[in-house]
Ligand binder design. Structure first.
Ligand code: GDP
Ligand code: CA
Length: 317
């Protein structure tokens, strides 16, 4: 008798989430995998709807991502941006020509009244992606960052100010009124295994978890996170800096404390192995130690495979 494959859900931001999701798509059949993606970074430059995390996930799953930048597409050209510059327009947010084509088409469909989740599934399918990629919500949720320079919308903080202002707090505008996109709660409820990708907790995971219903649909006994912190640092981006600024620990212990009520297990890097006993003793979260650097496709598959085996063992225990 053949068993149905485990249904797997990954909660994801951009680059860390996309790499992990791409690894998971090599471990489980792509159709058994749903990736629920942060939309708190979305914004509207030039009136176009840009969804950086959704696009990073779709491009990565399609094998079209830019390995150098971690955002945008490979083999990109910049003629449109050069024209904008010549004309004196704003160019601090980099939009490549190939990438722009996707934003144009998405914006056209949204203006016709289609939902973001419908449009995302169609665009991903057209790029050859069989994984279910869902925005956390079709409603507007926007991350705003309270900094020592005042309140900044996410892209101003992240791109324009290169995440240098000190973070005093965060808010996810619209989250309290947002409804999860069609399929999000069902996927979480029906999932055999749920993973919190090694994404930024405050900029990527919390804006998903802040949408009413999401936390409750996530069954902690099936949930495993992968730490984005390795040896007190983030592999990329401001996660460790923000942790310090918020008075939290930039380590798997800090992460386990922060998410202990929604997690059964945590995958941590071998360099943090010494923290394992304390994590489990303090928070009850079980720990799996491995090399969590996702270098290249093999690294992604290896980390996803470890997390998957660990989560299965926990769910069956
Ligand atoms: P963003 O939306 O593009 O900022 O991406 P995410 O929030 O999904 O991911 C950012 C996080 O990914 C950072 O905190 C990194 O530490 C983490 N990350 C990136 N690459 C790796 C990796 O190879 N291993 C681990 N463990 N974390 C990673
Ligand atoms: Ca992001």
């Amino acid at each position: 008798m053949t068993r149905e494959p485990d249904r797997v859900v990954v909660l994801s931001g951009g680059v860390g989430g996309a790499r992990f999701a791409a690894g998971m798509a090599m471990v489980v059949p792509p159709r058994a995998l749903t990736v629920i993606v942060n939309v708190g970074d979305d914004f509207e430059p030039f009136g176009l709807r840009v969804c950086p995390d959704l696009d990073t996930v779709c491009y990565t799953l399609a094998g079209l991502e830019n390995p150098e930048t971690g955002w945008g597409r490979r083999d990109e050209t910049w003629h449109a941006l050069e024209t904008i510059e010549t004309l004196g327009g704003p160019t601090w947010f980099r939009l490549g020509d190939r990438d722009l084509g996707l934003h144009l088409e998405r914006t056209r469909r949204l203006r016709e009244g289609q939902s973001l989740s419908r449009v995302t599934l169609d665009l991903c399918r057209a790029l050859g992606v069989d994984v279910h990629v869902l925005p956390a919500t079709d409603d507007p949720v926007r991350t705003w960052v309270h900094t020592d320079q005042g309140w900044l919308p996410f892209q101003e903080y992240f791109v324009r100010h290169r995440w240098q202002p000190r973070v005093l707090g965060l808010t996810y505008r619209g989250a309290a009124e947002a409804r999860p996109a069609a399929g999000v709660l069902e996927a979480l409820r029906e999932a055999d295994l749920v993973f919190l990708a090694p994404s930024n907790p405050w900029l990527s995971l919390d804006p998903i978890l802040a949408i009413p219903g999401v936390r409750d649909a996530l069954r902690p006994q099936r949930a495993v996170a992968v730490s984005p912190f390795i040896g007190g640092q983030a592999v990329k981006g401001p996660a460790a800096k923000i942790a310090h600024e918020l008075g939290l620990l930039a380590s798997p212990l800090g992460l386990a404390r922060y998410y202990q009520d929604i997690l059964r297990g945590l995958v941590i890097d071998q360099v943090d192995a010494a923290l394992a006993p304390r994590i489990t003793h303090e928070t009850g979260v079980r720990v799996y130690i491995t090399d969590t650097w996702m270098r290249g496709p093999e690294g992604r598959a290896r980390v996803a495979q470890s997390a998957w085996m660990f989560a299965r063992a926990l769910a069956r225990a």
